[in-house]
Design a protein around this ligand. Structure first.
Ligand code: UDP
Length: 238
């Protein structure tokens, strides 16, 4: 078909929870496969794709720290959890015939490539989907910050943040039926009103580099490709 992609290179950020489907924990293979098919359909358009996947479905550093574990240790466990999710996504994408690389911010050479910026750029140019794992490699950060960092480093035109809701609302739409969705919202408004798009360091990093964040729902089938073409409902943070 004659569908022309508006973007050349993007980063898709999904939380670990997006992979658990209806389960309360871990990975739900049909959900991982569905997301892989959505990524493939965008990849088929020739768009270069980076991915960052969270780890909250397996381990969250803060929750571990709350139970008395040292924060940094708990955060490293969280980062390792993202590697498992990245490997699951790699496997699902390759089953769809999409070439991928898992690139880890923490060295584990038998499992994933180390992060070398120029090498990652080369993978993208060769149309391999780059799945960036282990967050930023540093405790006290989140995978949202990792997504913003990698999107800047890879010169992505935007971050697409797939969530359970179709954008950013002025209050929680699951609790308040009169919640209003923003069509667009500024970085500063997100920070001032604590809109919960991403954590503050991620938003500040996006703002300082004028990197748009597009928040959309992963639950709508065909969503990612449609959103890339500007269809469907979403919020653009700019
Ligand atoms: N984490 C970290 N540094 C990073 C990225 C992640 O320490 O650069 C840890 C942190 O403990 C976090 C966990 O990994 O709670 C999982 O990441 P995140 O909470 O961002 O996952 P998501 O909510 O997107 O599933």
């Amino acid at each position: 078909d004659s569908e022309q992609p508006t973007y050349q290179r993007v980063l898709l950020k999904i939380s670990g929870e997006a992979l658990m489907g209806d389960a309360g924990y871990g990975l739900n293979p049909p959900t991982v496969e569905r997301i892989a098919r959505e990524v493939k359909s965008v990849h088929d358009l020739g768009v270069e794709i980076c991915m960052v996947i969270g780890g909250g479905n397996i381990f969250r550093g803060l929750a571990g720290a709350a139970q008395g574990m040292e924060r940094t240790t708990a955060d490293y466990m969280g980062m390792l959890a993202t590697v498992m999710n990245a490997l699951a996504m790699q496997s699902a994408l390759e089953a769809e015939g999409v070439y991928t690389r898992v690139i880890s911010a923490i060295r584990m050479d038998e499992v994933a490539e180390p992060y070398i910026r120029r090498r990652a750029v080369r993978h993208l140019e060769k149309k391999r989907v780059c799945i960036f794992a282990a967050g930023t490699g540093n405790p006290y950060f989140t995978t949202d910050t990792a997504a913003t960092l990698r999107a800047n480093e890879m010169a992505c035109e935007a971050i697409f943040k797939g969530t359970k809701v179709d954008g950013v609302y002025d209050k929680d739409p699951k609790k308040f039926p009169d919640a209003k969705r923003y069509e667009t919202v500024t970085y500063d408004e997100c920070l001032q009103k604590h809109l919960g798009v991403m954590d503050a360091s991620a938003i500040a990093l996006a703002r300082d580099n004028s990197l748009p964040i597009i928040v959309f729902s992963l639950d709508e089938p065909g969503g990612f490709r449609g959103i890339l073409a500007g269809q469907g409902t979403y919020t653009k943070v700019h």
